[in-house]
Design a protein around this ligand. Structure first.
Ligand SMILES: *[C@@H]1O[C@H](CO)[C@@H](O)[C@H](O)[C@H]1NC(C)=O
Ligand SMILES: *[C@@H]1O[C@H](CO)[C@@H](O)[C@H](O)[C@H]1NC(C)=O
Length: 257
C-alpha cells in the first residue's frame, strides 16, 4: 500500500518535473536572444554564456561544487550559466531572467555546502562571479576595490604584493569567495581588533532587480546596510566592494601548545 502510493507520488512528481522542464527549456532560446539584444555590440555577452551545448558546461558547473551530494545526475541543473565579465552582462542577465520567468542563483567561490547558489527546484540560471576577478590596492589611500569573484587567498595575496604592513579582516579559507563572505559579515582572526569584514567596507557596486547600477550613495543607507550581512543576493548582484585596509605587524609569530 505504502509502496504503491509512493510510486504514484513519484510518477506524479516526474510528470510535474517533466512539464516544468519542457516549458522552461522552451524559454531558453528567447532568453539567449534577449541577452544578446541587451548587451551592447562592443561588449558581446556570448563569451560569458555556457549552455549544456558548450562542451565546458559541466566543467564550469562542477568546478565550484564542493558538496558531492549536489553533483548527481538527479541534481537540478541550471539552464544557462552566465559568467559575467562586465556590468552590462549582469544587467542583461537580471532583465532577461525577469522577462522570461527564470530564477537567478548567484555563485561566488566554492564554500556553499547547501548548494543554494547552484541548485533550485524551479527553472533557473546561475550567475557565476568567477570572471569578475579584478583587484586594485591603493596603499597611499589605504583602500582597495575588490571584485566579487576574488577569493580570500587572492585578496590576501593582492594586498601582500603591495605592502607587508597592511591587511584586511577576512576568514581563513583561501578558496572562499569574497562576494559571498562579505555579504554574510565575514569573520576571521582579526575580528577582535578590527571587527568583521563588513565593518571595514566603504562602498559597493550593485546591480538591483531593475538592472540599475548603484553605489553606496545612490543605493542609500538602508540597502548598503542590508547587503553587508543580509546576503546581498537577496537584494541584487554586488559586482565589487571598496575596502579599507587595516594595519598588521610586519612579523607575526605563530606557535602551537
Ligand atoms: C558557447 O557556445 C556558443 C554557441 O556556439 C558560443 O557563441 C559561446 O561563445 C560559447 N561560450 C563560451 C563561453 O565559449
Ligand atoms: C586617493 O584617492 C583619491 C580619490 O580617489 C585620489 O584622487 C588620489 O589620487 C588618491 N591618492 C593617492 C596618493 O593615490
Amino acid at each position: 500500500m505504502m509502496a504503491s502510493s509512493f510510486d504514484l507520488l513519484s510518477s506524479l512528481l516526474s510528470i510535474l518535473l517533466f512539464s516544468v522542464s519542457s516549458a522552461s527549456l522552451d524559454s531558453v532560446p528567447d532568453f539567449l536572444q534577449c541577452l544578446s539584444d541587451y548587451s551592447p555590440p562592443f561588449d558581446p555577452i556570448s563569451e560569458a554564456i555556457y549552455t549544456p551545448q558548450n562542451s565546458s558546461f559541466s566543467d564550469v558547473l562542477q568546478s565550484y561544487i564542493r558538496n558531492l551530494r549536489f553533483m548527481t545526475l538527479k541534481t537540478p541543473k541550471p539552464l544557462v550559466i552566465v559568467a559575467a565579465k562586465r556590468e552590462s552582462h549582469v544587467q542583461a542577465t537580471v532583465m532577461c531572467a525577469k522577462t522570461h520567468g527564470l530564477e537567478i542563483r548567484i555563485r561566488s567561490g566554492g564554500h556553499d555546502y547547501k548548494g543554494l547558489s547552484y541548485v533550485s527546484s524551479i527553472p533557473f540560471v546561475v550567475f557565476d562571479l568567477f570572471n569578475l576577478w579584478y583587484i586594485s590596492i591603493d596603499i597611499a589611500n589605504e583602500t582597495g576595490w575588490v571584485q566579487a569573484g576574488i577569493s580570500l587567498g587572492e585578496l590576501y595575496y593582492g594586498i601582500a604584493e603591495k605592502s607587508n604592513v597592511h591587511g584586511f579582516p577576512v576568514g581563513l579559507c583561501p578558496t572562499l569567495g569574497t562576494g559571498s563572505h562579505f555579504t554574510e559579515g565575514g569573520y576571521g582572526t582579526m575580528m577582535r581588533k578590527y571587527g568583521l569584514s563588513v565593518d571595514n567596507i566603504m562602498d559597493a557596486q550593485l546591480v538591483d532587480v531593475n538592472g540599475r547600477s548603484l553605489d553606496r550613495e545612490s543605493m542609500g543607507d538602508n540597502l548598503f546596510w542590508a547587503i553587508k550581512g543580509g546576503g546581498a543576493a537577496n537584494f541584487g548582484a554586488v559586482l565589487s566592494w571598496k575596502i579599507n585596509l587595516v594595519w598588521v605587524p610586519k612579523t607575526v609569530t605563530v606557535f602551537k601548545v
